[in-house]
Write a protein that binds this ligand. Structure first.
Ligand SMILES: [Zn+2]
Length: 281
């Protein structure tokens, strides 16, 4: 898909996504990451905790090691790199220590786009990941802070993943990406997190009896159970970026809200950063 004419731009734009756990970024941005990757962009996922509390029978370093391997496999399937920070699952706090870890990751990646959860969510690790990334916004460009990693020349664009939470305010879809053609790839990445999608999440959610036994049935079930209806707000955003004709055919989408603490791009800048917007695929 990359042409010689677009090469210089794509080489410059770099994307980093933060989730609390190894599998969060896949769910919020796996499709968008797959598209960026197929266009030759550099994408990194970072799990801020190692996931060592996310299982009904395994725990500790054994579970963290399994989840690390699953994350590496998911990254391979998406064509991206997947980092896991060694903080305990279920115990994340927005401390200065973790904030500096986040700042370092954003700076080392020379990120143009940073995506994280909003700081309102049912899970404390998700909430604090949102706070930590917000706390890193602006500071990534301050040279005196953590000077061993050179500061960015300018603040990136910070975005939030879509969520369903209504308070204090509902998610606002500023950008929506048509992921219909890469939805299978997103499911393939989620399928790599076997300990989660087929074991832990069904157990904690009391639906283990629904998980099929065979690998192919499982993946089909995963795709069906992870198909969410596109909300009217997201559909309107798709219409805005892709036009009505295309937008009405979109089956799967990922939406993002612009955080106020990074650059505030106009439409032309958003199209430069997300060149798949409006492209018929
Ligand atoms: Zn999570």
């Amino acid at each position: 898909m990359t042409t010689a004419r677009t090469q210089p731009d794509t080489a410059k734009v770099r994307i980093i996504m933060f989730g609390a756990h190894p599998d969060d970024c896949d769910l919020g941005g796996g499709g968008t990451a797959a598209i960026f990757s197929s266009m030759g962009y550099q994408v990194k996922f970072v799990a801020v905790t190692n996931g060592d509390a996310g299982h009904q029978t395994m725990k500790g370093t054994e579970l963290a090691a399994r989840r690390f391997r699953e994350a590496q496999e998911a990254g391979r399937r998406l064509g991206i790199t997947y980092d896991v920070l060694d903080n305990h699952d279920g115990q994340l706090l927005p401390t200065l220590e973790v904030r500096l870890q986040v700042i370092k990751k954003i700076r080392e990646w020379k990120a143009d786009i940073v995506i994280s959860p909003r700081p309102n969510d049912y899970h404390p690790d998700h909430r604090y990941t949102g706070v930590l990334v917000q706390d890193a916004a602006y500071m990534v460009a301050v040279p005196d802070l953590a000077p061993e990693t050179p500061a960015l020349k300018k603040n990136p664009l910070f975005l939030y993943f879509q969520d369903r939470f209504q308070r204090p305010n509902p998610f606002r879809p500023d950008i929506a990406v048509d992921i219909t053609n890469v939805f299978d790839k997103k499911i393939d990445a989620m399928d790599a997190h076997q300990s989660q999608v087929y074991e832990w999440l069904p157990w904690i959610g009391h639906y283990s009896q629904l998980v099929p036994k065979s690998a192919s049935d499982r993946k089909k079930w995963l795709a069906e159970s992870r198909t969410n209806p596109i909300t009217p707000e997201v559909r309107n955003t798709l219409i805005r970026w892709y036009g009505r004709e295309h937008a009405e055919l979109v089956k799967h989408a990922e939406a993002f809200e612009i955080c106020e603490y990074g650059i505030q791009p106009g439409d032309d800048e958003i199209r430069r950063l997300f060149p798949m917007l409006g492209v018929k695929n």
